[in-house]
Design a protein around this ligand. Structure first.
Ligand code: URA
Length: 264
């Protein structure tokens, strides 16, 4: 439609509207902007020559606990579980450790000892409890007729040494727990012995070893005996009396469970 206004009339009309306070130029008829097709982006001097970038899909964040659970469940034997742990790349401790520390002792024994994490000696040898704390553990076991060469199986909550033997972090424990749970299921012990606070926190979800020790608990459907960690007993020898009481309680329970195979 041709405009009836000449240039000067239109200019005067516009100036009058601006004087009245008009700040925007609107069309006479409303526009339904929801029904408009989105227009292609305008080419500017800076983007004119660029080729469009391919759409890159953002990688989904990995859930290390879910990865561990899947890997652990797929392991149908202890060697397969060891291999699954060795192939697990989400725990930072692995990169600082010399060796994977999986287990020692007799797979299938009715007592399974669960320690905290490898120290320097264990990291070097790739076996749990082989340093001073390990020698202390061996003496404790011998005192009630048990030994890793005959009737005890040993592992740790964590299979890699934390740097400077620092306490394991909650996320490190959480991502390794599916492997520990599978480890217990495959080793099939009748009794679990938890050494120290970290193991109690990981397996029972409870801390406070002074209160927990010596009292039977339950995990994964098995009786659990929390005890002072052998390394703690080396630092606090006067606590050995309590540890001895706990060992006697373990021995009595083992003898009740298998009266024909009494330990010394
Ligand atoms: N302390 C632990 O808890 N585990 C070991 O293997 C050695 C020391």
């Amino acid at each position: 439609m041709e405009s009836a206004l000449d240039y000067w009339s239109a200019k005067a009309l516009l100036e009058w509207q601006v004087e009245l306070g008009a700040t925007e130029a609107l069309s006479e008829a409303p526009i339904d902007r929801y029904s408009l097709q989105p227009s292609a982006p305008q080419k500017t001097a800076s983007n004119k020559s660029r080729t469009p970038e391919p759409a890159v899909e953002k990688p989904k964040p990995v859930d290390p606990v879910a990865v561990a659970r899947k890997a652990a469940q797929a392991a149908s034997s202890l060697p397969a579980l060891k291999e699954a742990i060795a192939g697990f790349e989400h725990c930072g401790l692995k990169r600082g450790a010399r060796n994977l520390v999986f287990s020692d002792g007799q797979a299938g024994a009715n007592v399974m000892v669960i320690g905290e994490a490898p120290g320097r000696d264990e990291d070097l040898q790739g076996k749990p409890f082989v340093g001073r704390a390990g020698q202390m553990l061996d003496r404790m076991l011998t005192a009630i007729g048990l030994s890793r060469s005959e009737n005890v199986y040993i592992t740790n909550v964590l299979p890699w040494r934390p740097p400077q033997n620092r306490d394991p972090q909650a996320e490190e424990i959480a991502m390794m727990m599916p492997f520990l749970e599978r480890h217990v299921a495959l080793a099939q012990p009748d009794f679990l012995v938890l050494m120290g606070n970290i193991s109690c926190q990981a397996v029972l979800g409870k801390r406070g070893i002074t209160r927990l020790r010596g009292n039977w608990d339950q995990a994964w459907g098995k009786p659990v005996m929390p005890m002072f960690h052998p390394a703690f007993l080396l630092r606090q020898p006067h606590q050995k009396r309590q540890a001895w009481a706990d060992l006697l309680e373990l021995k009595a329970r083992l003898n009740r469970a298998r009266p024909t195979k009494e330990t010394n």
